[in-house]
Ligand binder design. Structure first.
Ligand SMILES: *[C@@H]1O[C@H](CO)[C@@H](O)[C@H](O)[C@H]1NC(C)=O
Ligand SMILES: *[C@@H]1O[C@H](CO)[C@@H](O)[C@H](O)[C@H]1NC(C)=O
Length: 420
């Protein structure tokens, strides 16, 4: 009996031994590119523990809505990161004949170690998805892994509007590893770097190319370490065309129209007042319309200076009218008074003809003569003279304003030092 049990036991054990190793062997057979003890949480080993080099490149497909309200912009891009994971076992069979690489489905990527890069100044980043995520993994014979994805990001940008509407916004996009400092991981722009799609058109801006790429090691206080960082500076130059047509040309015309009042006679009081007040109101309306384009900022913008300049000109024309009108009234009164006074009725603008100098006729208690006579005996009336001089002084002053304003704006925007 005991013997029979023993025999059965030995038989069973033998059977077990015969079966189990076979299963185990099947299990150990490398079914994947990952070795048995692959830990995807651990950084790929490098020669002498040097920082793992990650090459990064980017193709910008689209940049849309540069949003001045929220100070950000949206972009769509293809990202590529490339690194070498020496632990991978790459069987020859997976490459098709003559190929240097093989493209793998993205779920493989979830089993691989991945660099934990992130955009420092992005508000939202997401991988584009239709039915699946737009991303792929490419494996090279030399154990280089390349991950590409189509991404959509909202990137924060500190914008400055001092030179609006000729402003240049420099928007950096910074990429850093979240947890590996520069002794573990080094970031590098690949040879292609950042490419902006040549079809890309922006409504108001022009993207200056080539983009400025930076690689640096930066001490990060929050993470208490030196981190390798990649930066690409996008440079958006606002194109002046829109504002030239919408703002600068009309406001210049309004200022020019306001000068027409100097040719209108003072009898046409309603005509002159209407012209000048309409000009002033038009400018105010234009100015108000501009406000919707950019957020209310605390400092003075170039366009504010322009509009202020235009308004000062129209306002001066209006003031000139009031002054001239007052002088004319006084002159009329004065003329009547002198006419009624018999002793000087013949000459209400006295002259010292003998001395040959032009002399002034002063109304009592005024420092400006209302009228005077020149050498040739031509009577000059003050208010007429003011009107006549304004006809040339206003355009000349406006020309000086133009000559000062535009060069300062154009040179200043490229070397931002000037203006307040
Ligand atoms: C591996 O091969 C790819 C494609 O030829 C190349 O881009 C990459 O730089 C290589 N990696 C290394 C570490 O040589
Ligand atoms: C970061 O780099 C600086 C300059 O190279 C060095 O002085 C500093 O000790 C580094 N900090 C850390 C935490 O490694």
């Amino acid at each position: 009996m005991l013997g029979a049990v023993l025999v059965l036991f030995i038989l069973l054990c033998g059977l077990g031994n015969a079966i189990i190793p076979k299963q185990a062997k099947q299990f150990h057979k490398p079914k994947s590119i990952l070795p048995e003890h692959y830990l995807k949480e651990v950084r790929p080993p490098t020669y002498k523990g040097k920082p793992l080099k990650i090459e990064f490149s980017m193709t910008v497909v689209d940049i849309n809505s540069i949003n001045v309200e929220d100070m950000d912009f949206r972009m769509d891009m293809f990202l590529r990161q490339q690194w070498t994971d020496t632990r991978l076992q790459i069987p020859e069979e997976i490459f098709e004949y003559g190929d240097e690489y093989v493209t793998l489905p993205t779920h493989i990527f979830n089993n691989l170690w991945q660099p934990d890069l992130y955009f420092l100044n992005s508000k939202v980043v997401e991988i584009a998805t239709l039915t699946h995520k737009f991303s792929s993994v490419t494996l090279y014979r030399n154990k280089t892994v390349r991950y590409s994805a189509r991404m959509h990001a909202i990137v924060a940008c500190q914008m400055e509007f001092q030179y609006y509407p000729m402003d240049i916004q420099i928007c950096p996009l910074s990429i850093e590893s979240f947890s590996y400092d520069n002794s573990k991981m080094g970031l590098k722009w690949s040879d292609t770097g950042v490419v902006v799609s040549p079809e890309l058109k922006l409504l108001q801006y022009h993207i200056a190319k080539p983009l400025v790429l930076e690689e640096s090691d930066i001490y990060t206080n929050e993470k208490n370490g030196n981190f390798s960082r990649l930066v690409v500076n996008f440079r958006f130059e606002r194109q002046i065309g829109h504002h030239l047509i919408q703002t600068f040309a009309p406001s210049t015309l309004v200022v020019v129209v306001s000068w027409f009042s100097f040719w209108l006679s003072l009898d046409a009081v309603p005509g002159r007042v209407t012209l000048l007040v309409t000009c002033l109101l038009t400018l105010v309306t234009m100015f108000t319309g501009l406000r919707s384009d950019i957020p209310p900022v605390a400092y003075v913008k170039a366009i504010d200076l322009w509009m202020a300049g235009c308004m000062i000109f129209v306002f001066s024309a209006l003031s000139e009218f009031v002054i001239v009108k007052v002088l004319e009234e006084r002159y009329k009164v004065y003329k009547q008074k002198e006419l009624s006074e018999a002793n000087i009725a013949t000459q209400w603008c006295t002259t010292l003809a003998k001395s040959g100098k032009s002399t002034y006729t002063h109304e009592p208690n005024t420092w400006l003569p209302l009228c005077w006579k020149t050498k040739n005996g031509v009577e000059k009336v003050l208010w007429c003279e003011i009107d006549r001089m304004s006809r040339s002084i206003f355009p000349v002053l406006f020309l000086i304003f133009l000559v000062v304003y535009w060069p300062l704006l154009i040179t200043g925007k490229s070397s931002p030092i000037l203006i307040v």
